[in-house]
Design a protein around this ligand. Structure first.
Ligand SMILES: NC(=O)c1ccc[n+]([C@@H]2O[C@H](COP(=O)([O-])OP(=O)(O)OC[C@H]3O[C@@H](n4cnc5c(N)ncnc54)[C@H](OP(=O)(O)O)[C@@H]3O)[C@@H](O)[C@H]2O)c1
Length: 277
């Protein structure tokens, strides 16, 4: 029986309700991507994360269309690639995303990576313009260390900081800014690209709850009030497991134990990455 959307809890950020669990689509392509999106929506996912750079917006758009759901039932995020962050670049990318996603609006538009060669004020002003024109509902940034996040907030109203976040990588400085400004922190690579599934401590906790380690890591993330998480799963089995995390409770001791796994492990660190916190 397909799950109903109510199975996924939501968070409230600045009065906006957002499903806490989303499907990540990086490295998904072709028909597999179309099917992953429709299948996820059938399973109860109501939040999908893509990006211009993933090259799969057409497939994500097709999957949304095939799901038969109304557009306003799904929270859809895409991201501007960092090499085209001029005012014209932002405008063109937004129009291309809207066309490929086959939608009238994007729920959340993010700068995918900072680019020191383009003034942040210019990029964010163009994003605000897209929002004012009704092409985009909300704005945010991804991969911004805390000082740059603070700077971005002086130029535009943001609701989201998307960063790598999982039991092996805390983000204390980003959370400090997020708390001050009431931002959603969206955890990307929430399973540390699969590494958490082999963790002995998570394995023990999983056994105690008759769950899998990935479910424990996701539940730990989703228990945090301002956090959304975007696990990517190319198999139906994993997609179903990752949404089946709302009907058990971790104990306080387990939460502390999971937080103690932190070891500064960053799985995403390309040559164009900023200087991290
Ligand atoms: N803003 C950014 O710069 C940025 C960077 C990276 C990622 N992201 C976003 O975050 C999303 C997720 O990150 P990610 O793709 O790097 O990694 P991830 O979600 O941490 O891990 C994905 C890996 O975990 C496996 N997996 C998923 N569910 C599982 C389960 N229940 N049990 C066992 N294994 C499971 C997947 O296998 P299968 O695929 O075989 O199911 C895949 O190998 C991306 O798709 C993207 O949307 C954003």
């Amino acid at each position: 029986m397909p799950r109903e959307a109510t199975a996924v809890t939501t968070l409230d950020v600045q009065g906006i309700e957002i499903p806490k669990l989303g499907l990540g689509t990086w490295q998904m392509s072709g028909e597999d991507c179309v099917e992953a999106v429709t299948d996820a929506i059938e399973l109860g996912y109501r939040h999908i994360d893509t990006a211009r750079a993933y090259g799969n917006e057409t497939q994500v758009g097709q999957g949304l269309h095939d799901s038969g759901r109304n557009r306003d039932e799904i929270f859809l995020t895409t991201k501007l690639w960092y090499t085209e962050l001029s005012a014209v670049g932002v405008h063109d990318q937004v129009e291309q995303s809207l066309r490929d996603l086959r939608t009238e609006y994007i729920d959340l538009l993010l700068i995918h990576w900072p680019n020191g060669r383009v003034p942040l004020a210019e990029t964010l002003a163009a994003m605000v313009e897209a929002r004012d024109a009704g092409r985009v509902r909300h704005l945010g940034v991804s991969n911004f260390p805390s000082a740059l996040l603070r700077e971005a907030l002086t130029h535009a109203p943001l609701i989201c900081a998307q960063v790598e976040y999982h039991p092996y990588l805390g983000q204390p400085q980003v959370f400090e800014v997020a708390l001050e400004h009431e931002l959603m922190v969206t955890a990307y690579s929430p399973l540390a690209q699969g590494a958490v599934t082999r963790d002995p401590a998570l394995g023990e906790i999983a056994e105690a709850h008759d769950r899998a380690p990935a479910q424990i890591a996701l539940r730990w993330l989703l228990d945090q009030p301002q956090v959304a998480a975007l696990p990517k799963a190319s198999t139906r089995e994993h997609r179903a497991a990752n949404i089946d995390v709302f009907d058990f409770e971790l104990t306080d001791e387990e939460r502390v134990r999971i937080a103690g796994l932190e070891r500064g492990l960053r799985t995403i660190d390309p040559p164009w990455a900023p200087e991290w916190d």
